[in-house]
Each structure stands twice: as structure tokens, then as C-alpha cells.
Design a protein around this ligand. Structure first.
Ligand code: AMP
Length: 192
């Protein structure tokens, strides 16, 4: 089973991807985690990623497409994968379709986790307030979130029709408890 989780930053894609990973034995491919690992490793890619992430912007499409095309070819992805944070632009969505066609892989469905912007801003404010300073991520604040939401609406939301037109898009209301969102995603999984 190969799935994409879409939704604005903070909607819970990572949390739900981890649940799917544990319950279905498929691997979570989080491009954000891959970039944070590159930042921690400290190379050239990491330096660029840090600047881009702190600004709430997106990394160039060619870099992200390269990263994902290498990753989905690895043996642990053969059982299936959950794309969490990719694709984020129309060019990435098109490149992914080509990549999957070339490798004979099939996308089962795309789940859009919907959450209103103001709820995401409230969530980040209360999360940051509860967190010790040392644990805060440099892109984890309301100001960067607002920029990231702007980028989401401008560059990522336009890929929703791409999947809707292909009859692959399933929407789940992300403004419910984590357990309820999981339950609704499971309904989608069992209907496939
Ligand atoms: P995430 O953890 O998925 O919210 O990603 C954190 C940050 O990494 C994003 O705000 C972007 O700057 C960058 N990023 C992650 N995935 C992508 C992608 N597919 N395309 C471009 N930039 C990305």
C-alpha cells in the first residue's frame, strides 16, 4: 500500500504516518525529517535546508525529487510507503507520477487532513508555551507557521485537484482527536 498524506503544517501528518507505519508495516517517508537529518549532519545540503526551513519556504523541486526517487527505490519501501511532506508542489506531484509509472509502483490513495489555519496557529502557540526552550525547533513558532501556511495555500493546495481529478483524494477532518483522525484514515484504508 502506497499512500500520500497531505495537509497544512501542523495538521498531524507525521503523527498519523507513524500510526500507519506501526499498524500496517509500511514505511514513513518524511521529507522534513530527511532534511532535518541533513541539517544535523552539517553538509552543504543541510546548510541550505536550514536557511529554507527557518524562512518557512520550500526547498527546490529538483533536490526534493532526487531525494524521494532515491528513497522509494530502497528495499524497505517494497512493502509500501507513506509519503509525509512530499509532494508539496505541482512539479513534485508530476515528477512523482512519472517516477511511480517508471518503477511500476501504484499510488493507492491520497489523504488530505484538513485543519483551519487559525486552529493551527492556536495549536502552535500552546505547544511552544509548554515546551522547554532547548526542545524548540527554529521553524516552530507562530510567525514561521504563518509563512508556511501561506506557502501551503499558494504552492501545495493546488496539487489537490491533481489527485481529485484522478479520483484518489480522500478528505479527513483533522480538527478532531488524534484517535478519531486515525479511525477515519483506517476507514479509507479498509475501503481500498
Ligand atoms: P515538514 O517537517 O514536512 O513540515 O517539513 C519541514 C520543512 O522542510 C518545510 O517547511 C520545507 O521547508 C522543507 N520541506 C519538506 N518537504 C519538502 C518538499 N517536499 N519540498 C520542499 N520543501 C520541503
Amino acid at each position: 500500500m502506497n499512500i500520500i498524506l497531505l495537509g497544512p503544517p501542523g495538521a498531524g501528518k507525521g503523527t498519523q504516518a507513524k500510526v500507519l507505519e506501526a499498524t500496517h508495516g509500511i514505511v514513513q517517508l518524511s521529507t522534513g525529517d530527511m532534511l532535518r537529518a541533513a541539517v544535523a549532519a552539517g553538509g552543504e545540503l543541510g546548510q541550505e535546508a536550514k536557511a529554507v526551513m527557518d524562512a518557512g519556504q520550500l526547498m527546490p523541486d529538483d533536490i526534493m525529487i532526487q531525494i524521494i526517487s532515491e528513497r522509494i527505490g530502497q528495499p524497505d519501501c517494497a512493502k509500501g510507503f507513506i509519503l509525509d511532506g512530499f509532494p508539496r508542489t505541482r512539479a513534485q506531484a508530476e515528477a512523482l507520477a512519472t517516477m511511480l509509472a517508471e518503477t511500476g509502483l501504484k499510488l493507492d490513495f491520497v489523504v488530505e487532513i484538513t485543519v483551519d489555519d487559525e486552529i493551527l496557529v492556536d495549536r502552535i502557540n500552546s505547544r511552544v508555551a509548554q515546551m522547554p526552550e532547548a526542545e524548540r525547533r527554529s521553524d516552530d513558532n507562530a510567525e514561521t507557521l504563518r509563512k508556511r501556511l501561506g506557502v501551503y495555500h499558494e504552492q501545495t493546495a493546488p496539487i489537490l485537484p491533481f489527485y481529485r481529478d484522478r479520483d484518489m483524494l480522500k478528505q479527513v477532518d483533522g480538527m478532531q482527536s488524534i484517535e478519531e483522525v486515525t479511525r477515519q484514515i483506517e476507514q479509507v484504508v479498509s475501503a481500498v
